[in-house]
Design a protein around this ligand. Sequence first.
Ligand SMILES: O=C(O)CCC(=O)C(=O)O
Ligand SMILES: [Fe+2]
Length: 351
Amino acid sequence: MSESQSSAEAVFVKRVQDLVLNFENLPKSYIYDEGGPGFKHALSPSEGIPVIDLDQIIPPITSQNELAKLKEALNSWGCFQAINHGMTSSFMDKVREISKQFFELPKEEKEKYARGPNDIEGYGNDTTFIESQKLDWADRLYLKVHPQDKRKFKFWPEIPNDFRDTIVEYTEKIRLLNEVICKAMAKSLNLEEDCFLNEYGDNDEIIMRLNYYPPCPMADQVLGVKPHADGSTITFLLQDKEVEGLQVLKDNLWYKVPIISDALLVNVGDQIEILSNGNFLSPIHRVVTNTEKERLTIAMFCIPDIEKEIKPVEKLVNESRPVLYRPVKNYTEIFFTYYQQGKRPIEASKI
Ligand SMILES: O=C(O)CCC(=O)C(=O)O
Ligand SMILES: [Fe+2]
């Protein structure tokens, strides 16, 4: 093994939870020399990230006003805080709690679910693609949670013992919310309500990522997650109840995403930007770290059948808005290849 390979491997096996205990030897790949206070002092948007009341857009009620708000939110921010989504606050707490309990397990127990060097699924830290890559200050558990026959239970924790049932229940709720939001997005653009849903094909998937961010002594030079846009159609993020960290880029400025009790943050990903021919924008976002407090979030990425060709829906292509994206297939693969080269994956599709 060459020296560079062995040092990449050394970073690969170190969990961030362990790095905290030996912080003096923090590998350089975690440090942004240009960091500075900008990481922490993002703007708080005066009008706030848009809040959408799902009660107003789920049939039988369809408020045209709320649909217009949704369209505007996804056109300008690419995200919104969803309220009245039907999940109880105690269920959301339960999802957070079992996730937290997993990261609190002894190291040996967690390592039973470790992903191998070539796996995407499982427990681990940021995936190292190239030696020069910056690393995220986060440990993760990455699982394909839908469809049922693609679940690899060898990566699903057995402790806490209600982990599996809770995640299965949460997945089902997110699957239904994805349908509701896809329909509302289509209606907001005057399209037939199944227009986006039909593009998912028969074998759509949901990937879950538990993100655990330990406290970080160098919060102004280390990022929880580097700037990126999601490769999903829609991402649902259950935020930590108390600790903020997520920031969204809009008009070249970073804005904090505040915590709204019981809200779910919904953002569209690159595949909706393509399907909507750029009417909805997949926002670039990043996560900052916190010197004192740990933070835990649960991201659910909804993605279409990987065999399905994704391209702008015909009704959104016209003289004033010509086609802006080329067809793509298996976006997850494109995503990792481009990401690896430090490019935005959506460039693979932009005309
Ligand atoms: O933890 C967060 O606030 C966001 C995580 C995220 O962007 C992701 O997992 O893609
Ligand atoms: Fe993300």
